[in-house]
Design a binder for this molecule. Sequence first.
Ligand code: CS2
Length: 484
Amino acid sequence: MKLERLKITSLNKINSAVCTPEYGSCDLTSSIVHFGAGNFHRAHQAVYCDTLLNQGETQWGITGVSLRSSSMRDKLAPQDCLYTLAILGEQETDYRVIGSMLNLLVGPEDPEAVIELLADQQTQLVTTTITEKGYYLKDGVIDVECDDISYDLRSISLPKTTYGYLAAGLIKRSSLGDLPITVLCCDNMNGGGECLKEGVRLLLAEHSPETLPWVNANVAFSASMVDRVTPATSDTLKDKVTQALGVVDTAPVATEPFSQWIIEDRFAGARPAFDKAGALFVEDIAPFERVKLRFLNAGHSMLAALGYLAGDRFIHDALRRSSLARFTEQALKNDVMPVTLVPAVIDAETYIAQVFARFRNANLPYAALQVGTDSSQKIQQRWFPSIDAALEQDRDANYLAFAVAAWVHFIHKALVNDDLNDPLKADFVRCSSSGQSSDAKVFLALAGANKFRFFEHADFMASIHQYHCVINDIGVEQAIEQHF
Ligand code: CS2
């Protein structure tokens, strides 16, 4: 029998064990515009919105915007934007159909529609999960020379970047009067709200300086700490979900039971009651971002590099190697913990233990290469600040030096295997001299290390060099055994 596709009219055919939306989509309005409607957003923020809608709210539906490809829209549109969240615990799997995404636009197909939507008074909140590279940072500031930003600096009638859409949308919105709106960063980064503000101001200064005072008065730029491990969707997952539902879903998302969202309480206009769906509003978001990046994400990036070098496909495989597991845990405890200020509500040791338990979940395979994607943009937030802080306190940061050396090998190996997915791939190819340890400095500079003090620290750079040679000679596992 041919199964029906997941959509509003097939919701009543879904197996009763699966949770489905308790609201009807025609009762809803979309007050959120979200840039980057990929898997992470669909497993995280969209779920908080779905919870609010299940509680009877009607305003906080989402219109997603894809900035480049139409593939997500092509999959979701025939499903009325419905999709299944498969929550994979170590033992059990729960399925939940999410209905909070009401529409999905593809920017390049109709930029004007996106700009109109940002200006629409119904829109109260703009959120982003555009990944690190979507902010176009170089050495910590927006790279005005890269192609997309220089394009938007010339014209924002058909913007290329999120900054461009926001600037064009806000110019239009300002012409309608005082209409407050919040722009909230939901990416894994430090100071994402400030960064969005900078980008918007940069483009407005060029295209419409007269809009800047309106932005100061009407727009809040805010940030949040987001956390939920969410791998890419596999074909196995699609089959599993279709079997569990009894209808076909071509765009399910797999995730873990854990979810955390801590939001800077800085809003202009209406603020969704995300706290009623389990989020937490705080005055100061920076310490929470720091803990997440320097423990969880730092550990993830280490396991990705070390695991890939050891021949592991998934993060949980890397953790099955006792040397890699011990190394990563000690790296966080010895090199990161002593130099990282942790908010009073978090106990660092418990946090680290919980992170490792989550990473070990073999029911939710997470590819080392997925974490290794865009690593040049990630390690400058995840590792480098801890290295500088450690050296400043006269600590040796040997674990981090080793991790950096392993990352240089990771780039080389991924290049050779044609596995590297990184915005700087072409630069790595250009600068690489077939695996030489001299590449470490060059690769690190490309990844923004030259803006950190450790780059000029002779002893630390010598340790990287030494570890690079050892890994080269005896492989990553033995190198760890010998030196840690
Ligand atoms: C991962 C994150 O791919 C990566 O770089 O470290 O996506 C990680 O899974 C999430 O931040 C968890 O919240």
